[in-house]
Design a protein around this ligand. Structure first.
Ligand code: NAD
Ligand code: UDP
Length: 314
């Protein structure tokens, strides 16, 4: 198949491009390089089945493809709050442009949605039928509401135009190729620990997240995209249900780095969700998918990646 991956030079997109090429597909990687980098995909550039296009998905594009994975959107709060209006445009106009393309060429299309659609959740763990608790006026809304509208567009293009859609709600995912200045907690803690700096815990550190290793996530993507079932177009949570406080995560990072760590507490960002953990029964039932890589193992692989990067940048 010929497969378009938007945001393909980013953290998750680069792993997805690699996996799709390994399975014998042609891959078109589209990216505006806001948070993505050529380095993430440079090992793919020699493959004649791989094409790279610098393009912004807020503008339409005409291509002939069989499948579309729509991942383009900054994912770290630091990056998506840098230009919040652009973040909304990327989610909403990007979804319209990609859904229009899917409609025209009759391609199946996959949306990278997020656990952020649940906001600061009052239901725990989160099931897909929970409607969420999002502050529409807050600093995170550009991302959360943008992703919520994108889900609406996916459902309406399906109902109105018969577009063949899939929606994944991704929970916090980590692994090699995250940016070291990404601002997300796993990369921050690992880079700080490797540099012998204090780990920056926001607030009391008692808020929780559930962390999925990137390879497990990509396996879930591929299964969701290629499964048929009556309600397969409705969102599916993909994430690792292992739930950790940020204080516990700091200790896990210390173990993975094999060093004593120092900690400093910084103010908690506004609207920071207090808890997050996926209910993955739907993914287990429909896709036969469960995560296989525990946090300690995934952190070791991620530490090895950052250790090498920091060494090479000396
Ligand atoms: P990332 O920032 O590494 O990747 C996003 C990619 O999209 C980058 O390469 C960036 O340059 C590109 N991009 C941004 N705006 C664009 C635009 N207007 N046009 C073209 N390209 C654009 O983030 P990631 O972690 O790889 O996330 C990928 C997708 O998964 C995003 O849609 C994100 O919302 C979603 N997601 C990720 C997580 C996670 O934990 N990593 C969790 C939930 C959802
Ligand atoms: N966090 C932290 N220190 C950091 C970065 C983040 O304590 O250096 C906290 C943040 O306040 C949040 C959690 O870690 O409670 C996860 O943050 P991240 O930005 O990785 O993802 P999200 O909040 O979008 O789930």
């Amino acid at each position: 198949m010929r497969i378009l991956v938007t945001g393909g030079a980013g953290f998750l997109g680069s792993h997805l491009c690699e996996r799709l090429l390994n399975e014998g597909n042609e891959v078109i990687c589209l990216d505006n390089f806001f948070t993505g980098r050529k380095e993430n995909i440079k090992h793919l550039l020699d493959d004649y089945r791989f094409e790279l296009i610098r393009h912004d998905i807020t503008e339409p594009i005409f291509l002939e493809v069989d499948q579309i994975y729509n991942l383009a959107c900054p994912a770290s709060p630091v990056h998506y709050q840098y230009n919040p209006v652009k973040t909304v445009k990327t989610s909403v106009m990007g979804a319209i442009n990609m859904l229009g393309l899917a409609k025209r060429v009759k391609a199946r299309i996959f949306q990278a949605s997020t656990s952020e659609v649940y906001g600061d959740p009052l239901v725990h763990p989160q099931t897909e039928d929970y409607w969420g608790n999002v502050n529409t006026l807050g600093l995170r809304a550009c991302y959360d509401e943008g992703k919520r509208v994108a889900e609406t567009l996916f459902m309406d293009y399906r109902r109105q135009n018969g577009v063949d859609t899939r929606i994944v709600r991704i929970f916090n995912t980590y692994g090699p190729r995250m940016l070291e200045n990404d601002g997300r907690v796993v990369s921050n803690f690992i880079v700080q620990a490797l540099r012998g700096e204090e780990l920056t815990i926001y607030g009391t550190g008692e808020q929780t997240r559930s962390f999925c290793y990137v390879d497990d996530l990509i396996e879930g993507f591929i299964r969701l995209m290629n499964t048929e079932a009556d309600d397969i177009h409705r969102p599916v949570n993909i994430g690792n249900p292992g739930e950790f406080t940020m204080n516990e995560l700091a200790q896990e990072v210390a173990k993975a780095v094999g060093k004593d760590i120092k900690i400093t507490h910084l103010p908690l960002p506004k609207d920071d969700p207090k808890q997050r953990k996926p209910n993955i029964e739907r993914a287990q039932r429909l896709l036969g998918w469960s995560p296989t890589i525990p946090l300690a193992e995934g952190l070791k692989k991620t530490v090895a990646y950052f250790a090498e990067r920091l060494e090479n940048s000396k």
